[in-house]
Design a protein around this ligand. Structure first.
Ligand SMILES: NC(=O)c1ccc[n+]([C@@H]2O[C@H](COP(=O)([O-])OP(=O)(O)OC[C@H]3O[C@@H](n4cnc5c(N)ncnc54)[C@H](O)[C@@H]3O)[C@@H](O)[C@H]2O)c1
Length: 346
């Protein structure tokens, strides 16, 4: 079957990254089905796609077999993005994180085995590397040291998936994404580059913790390209493989991110403080994805900052405070009736 005629199920496809992947794959001719519980009341993210004949939306929970078995019907490939994303939201909702990010995703992956799925992409995170003391960029073989509940569940899921080798008919790939930045129809202003750009655009004083800590960054549109590359690659190159997704040029300290924004908004007030609540510090090596898939991100942090500041200047995000729950992972909305239904169903 021509690759673009395949049907891809994006679980969590209405989120910040998923919305951009959806648009990218639809424009390339893929048939996209999205299963999402819209826990940030983020239904507006799917509106732009409803007019595409090759798009289907299903409102449902990854934990509910009634939805997942329906969503997996006649699907060729699956990309798992769903869950509570980030350290703050998972520490705020530990029970829900456990139920969704661990049990829900785990059972969903088990259920894929009963469907004739070709590829599975599990979207993981470079946060799994935790705190890297050495002065080196770490590759996929570096020991994982997850610090948060969020990263611990990601590591557990990675381990379970890699343990399926020789036992399942589908071909899984783990993608460890760098921290995302850039514009999306579900814009998140709780991510470093986007957040710093908005705060300084608004003329607010910015307090930056641990300015010398490193983090890799990658634009959301480059993540969409990476997913496409993995779906297109021969199974032998990607099955049961782990790839860091990003590029070394986009390894930045928080100070470097601030300095780049200050080039646009020089009169900003920024203060720095050591020993914040988040000890993560890691530079990441992205040679493997470049070597095996010839994939390299196209958009620099500098370009991403210009893009965000331009959108902010055009007034496209003047009403963030009125819909704060939508513009960041601060608070979740799970239907309570649905939760008790689920408990009965399990
Ligand atoms: N954003 C980043 O910087 C980043 C970095 C590394 C990895 N990732 C990974 O990329 C993926 C997407 O991240 P994002 O930034 O788009 O997050 P997001 O919070 O914007 O999107 C998550 C989506 O999952 C949906 N969801 C949550 N619980 C669900 C459930 N029980 N059933 C069905 N849908 C559910 C939400 O409604 C939301 O649309 C995640 O797996 C995340 O771990 C993101």
């Amino acid at each position: 079957m021509a690759i673009e005629r395949r049907t891809v199920l994006l679980v969590g496809g209405a989120g910040y990254v998923g919305s951009v992947i959806t648009g990218h794959l639809l424009r390339k001719g893929w048939h996209v089905r999205c299963l999402d519980q819209l826990i940030y009341r983020n239904e507006s993210c799917v509106w732009p796609y409803l007019s595409y004949p090759n798009y289907e939306f299903m409102h449902g929970d990854i934990r509910d077999p009634r939805f997942t078995s329906q969503a997996l019907k006649n699907v060729d490939d699956v990309v798992v993005l769903a869950g509570l994303v980030g350290d703050p939201i998972t520490s705020k909702y530990p029970d829900e994180s456990h139920a969704i990010n661990r049990n829900g995703v785990g059972s969903f992956i088990d259920s894929i085995q009963h469907h004739p799925v070709g590829r599975l992409i599990f979207v993981s995170t470079c946060s799994n590397y935790g705190l890297v003391e050495e002065d080196k960029a770490v590759d996929e073989n570096y020991p994982l040291a997850p610090l948060s509940l969020y990263a611990k569940h990601k590591v557990e899921m990675e381990h379970n998936i890699l343990g399926l080798k020789g036992k399942v008919g589908f071909h899984p790939t783990i993608l460890r994404f760098a921290t995302a930045f850039g514009l999306s129809s579900r814009m998140r202003f709780d991510l470093t580059v986007n957040e710093f750009a908005r705060e300084l655009h608004l003329g607010r004083e910015l307090l930056v913790f641990d300015p010398k800590t490193w983090r890799p960054y990658c634009h959301v549109r480059d993540f969409a390209r990476a997913v496409e590359e993995v779906l297109r690659a021969p199974a032998g190159k990607v099955a049961f493989e782990v790839f860091n997704v990003g590029c070394e040029e986009n390894n930045f300290t928080k100070l470097m991110v601030v300095e780049e924004i200050l080039r646009h908004i020089p009169r900003s007030k920024v203060t720095y403080q050591e020993r914040g609540a988040d000890p993560r510090n890691y530079r990441v090596n992205f040679d493997k994805i470049r070597r095996v898939l010839n994939f390299k991100p196209e958009i620099s942090v500098q370009q991403g900052i210009s893009e965000i500041l331009a959108a902010l200047s055009q007034g496209l995000f003047d009403h963030v405070e009125e819909r704060r729950h939508f513009f960041g992972n601060y608070e979740i909305f799970l239907p309570t009736a649905h939760i008790s239904d689920l408990k009965r169903a399990v």
